[in-house]
Design a protein around this ligand. Structure first.
Ligand code: PMP
Ligand code: GLN
Length: 409
């Protein structure tokens, strides 16, 4: 789906049929529109700080020490050891560093390698929507069929959840994989133990694999809603691939150092794809990442505390302006219902209401956000929502609030 925004990088006549429907990712489109209008960019989720100084120093040292040729296919031994210890301490998953961890080019490659390595053409993959946009493309790469289950506001209207019968109905005898994301982008929901148990029970019943995207594992804000890895539920360690990266936890989205954790039989499948996708990823950054994951847990905690404070600055301000926010328990995004705000604006009827509002706010309020319809199989299902990222420095958030107040307030 295209939003008639300025960046069109693919030529529709030439793009392969399996990819043509996805157009150019909304993140590239909205960041380009934000730049064009000098808008505060709360669309694509990336921090606007330079990243931790300890990371710069560790990367420079690794380069100067000569770690500049290919890393081993599964990742450097130091980084795999560091990931194993990090996961054991944070998520209580204890992988074997040699046979259970694959270092990838960000979580994005881990998700693609797991899907390509594990899913056959004709298989079915259960996806929750709104979904992170690369999931659908991964399913298409594999020649599989997506089965969508919607996350919707719960009865209290405060958090997104799924309907158990709807999820049950999405599982069939062709289900190979269910792709889950917790903490969840874009809704900010953190899946509860009961929700994860429901998914786990269905995986066990249908002999399906869980692919768990946990890139926001460190970013949770409510002690009553902690991050739980589905791999730690009974019977699931053997059938789960857990994906994460240092992008969010260490404010280093540009490093693209990620990983897939899985039992050896599933790791073999992930590596079967990884070896031909990238073979190996940036060696000096792997050395630096190993240092961060081992010695600098305090950095991840200070990033979490900062994002928590920015959530608590942005969400009340948006609420004051008429956005009905779903206060996120995790991630660095807030999803809001914009119905009341949009009602007072003359928006273009040519696109879904969220895309029209995002264009309007970027052009007139100089604040860019993401239209979540890009994350739904039927885009209009996301039309009443808007997503703002708050992984920004405080002056950036304050400027965005001031701009929105001037136009909407
Ligand atoms: N999964 C989710 C849910 C995300 O929001 C992102 C965003 N960056 C990714 C995966 C990709 O992570 P990476 O940058 O490590 O490839
Ligand atoms: N994960 C980020 C987001 O959701 C963006 C990632 C990307 O630009 N591909 O905004």
């Amino acid at each position: 789906m295209q939003y008639a925004l300025p960046m069109q990088t693919h030529a529709p006549g030439h793009t392969a049929r399996r990819l043509a429907p996805f157009g150019t990712t909304i993140f590239a489109q909205m960041s380009a529109l934000a730049a064009q209008h000098h808008a505060v960019n709360l669309s694509q989720g990336f921090p606007d700080d330079p990243g931790p100084a300890a990371a710069h120093e560790a990367a420079a040292r690794a380069m100067q020490a000569g770690h500049n040729q290919y890393a081993p296919l599964p990742g450097t031994p130091q980084l795999r050891r560091a990931i194993a210890d990090w996961s054991a301490s944070r998520s209580r998953i204890s992988p074997d560093p040699d046979t259970g961890i694959t270092v990838t080019a960000g979580a994005t490659e881990a998700l693609a390698a797991a899907t390509l390595g594990l899913v056959n053409p004709g298989d079915e993959v259960v996806l929750f929507e709104p979904f992170y946009d690369s999931y659908r493309a991964c399913v298409a790469f594999a020649g599989a069929t997506p089965r969508f289950v919607q996350l919707r506001p719960d009865e209290s209207g405060t958090r997104f959840t799924f309907d158990e019968p709807e999820l049950r109905a999405a599982f069939t005898d062709k289900t190979r994989l269910v792709l889950i994301n917790t903490p969840h982008n874009p809704t900010g929901a953190v899946l509860s133990k009961a929700e994860l148990q429901t998914i786990a029970d269905l995986c066990l019943q249908h002999d399906a694999i869980a692919l768990a995207d946990e890139v926001y594992e460190t970013l949770t804000y409510d002690e009553s809603q902690p991050h739980i890895s589905i791999a730690t539920l009974p019977g699931m360690a053997d059938r789960t691939v857990t994906v994460s990266s240092i992008g969010k936890s260490f404010s280093l989205t540009g490093w693209k150092i990620g990983w897939a954790i899985a039992p050896s039989h599933l790791t073999a499948a992930v590596r079967a794809a990884h070896q031909f996708l990238t073979f190996a990823v940036a060696t000096p950054l792997q050395h630096a990442a190993a240092e961060l994951l081992t010695k600098h847990h305090a950095i991840a905690e200070s990033i979490r505390a900062h994002d928590h404070a920015m959530r608590d600055l942005l969400v009340p301000a948006l609420t004051d302006l008429g956005f009905k926010c779903f206060n996120p328990a995790g991630t660095y995004f807030v999803m809001a219902d914009h119905t009341e705000v949009s009602a007072g604006l003359a928006l273009s009827p040519e696109t879904t209401p969220d895309a029209a509002l995002c264009r309007h706010l970027t052009e007139h309020a100089r604040v860019a956000a993401i239209p979540p319809s890009a994350f739904y199989s039927t885009p209009s299902d996301g039309g009443r929502f808007i997503r703002f990222a708050f992984c920004k420095q405080q002056p950036t958030i304050e400027q965005a609030i001031a701009n929105l107040r001037e136009t909407l307030g």
